[in-house]
Design a protein around this ligand. Sequence first.
Ligand code: HEM
Length: 445
Amino acid sequence: MFRHPVVIRITHWVNAVCLLVLVMSGLQIFNAHPALYWGSVSTFDTPLMAMSSTEADPPKGVTTVFGHGFDTTGWLGSPIPVRKNMTYLRYAPDVEKPDPDEQKTIDGIINGMTQQSQTVEAREHHAVRASHAKSSACVTGELTIAAGLPPELAQGLFATPGTHPVAVRFAQGPGETLGDRVSTHRGMSIKVFDVPGEKLPGHAVDTQDFVLATGTTFPSGTAAGFLRDGTVIGKSTGLPEGVKSAVSSTMRNLNRALHAFGTESALADFFGHPYSHPLADSYFSQAPVRYGDYVAKLGVVPATESQRALSEWRLDPHQDEDGFRHATVAFFRDHEVVFELRAQIWADADSQPIEDASVDWPVSISPYRTVATLRLPRQDAYGADRVRYFDEVMTFRPAHSLAAHRPLGSVMRARLRVYQALSDFRHSKNGVASEDTASIDHVPA
Ligand code: HEM
């Protein structure tokens, strides 16, 4: 049989791989900026052909050819088809299906996280949160519930248009105070005040907390998954910071490589989040909550041009190990910060499971839709009294909730017990009484 010489065969495959990479990088560029130009006849403002989406709710896809716009929703510009007469699934207590030995699993999580907190406390000579210990901003502002929401969105807290005071804490993910070289997933905790209505048992004041983090999913999926992964995290708590930084950097590079192939790993992001600006990130509930008559996942998305302009900002942690905090505080000094709060209503039991938070609910089935606006005015985002109160006294918990927004699924049921237990641990170690803050007036100015 005739075979080409070995040099030809090798160069053939080198060419094939190069072409593949070329096509993929071309598609990636087109994905980032979906517009085509022709010589000098078309400019950035007037491309030959472009695909975009409108800000409408839900967004519409528009494809423009020679200046003429066509509605291509569901095909080009916006992957989200406008579903007419969409039916959403209703909440009922039996949407949750707890494992028979779940309480044992939760006890295991509490034991593991308490041991981890003891290790950190011995090292830092102070007990900090077992997760999201290092705050980058402690701020106040307002949440405005939109008027005229459609019936499926006007539920629970969002049933009544109006404005509520809020307290918001931004923090880095680890349950210890690390340098910013270790950039993991990060969190945003929101406490909404003046919220009347029936609360979950044990929550006696008129507030609603939303405890959110970067990424649309929780990689461990379930309480049992978290116990498994948490054991690994717990064992690594005693390791030197350099090792944690190396793991974080490997995970970040892995995701960068995966990104080039059009995908990403939520787990890699959890341990190796980009050195992005905390005010340019979006934050999600990752697991579902009851949404009045329905069920939803929630998210907040940056909403001002100046926040969007931060999307390419990256920290050089070698210059500043507290750089996320410094960048966030500097931004708050000069700018108002605004996030849109959005709800993704449960519409399909198969592709949108309640019990497994590692599954990303497809936005093609139900998109995130805006229900409220969070406005955080210019302010000193790291005043000493305020930070002491947020970090040492105040508690943000999924259990601080209206009955109408009961957290749902395995991960959420674990959080209902674990936050209380670990907060009790750190407060008693530090000899500080915790407070389920009842009013914005309790938050230092
Ligand atoms: C089984 C799953 C989880 C467990 C066991 C867990 C456990 C904890 C614990 C013990 C704390 C410290 C509480 C305190 O000392 O007051 C905490 C804080 C936090 N967690 Fe989780 N967590 C879980 C899942 C999640 C998820 C899914 C998110 C977000 C989508 C999240 C976001 C946060 C944030 C933002 C904080 C800081 C709260 C604050 O500012 O006080 N966690 N977590």
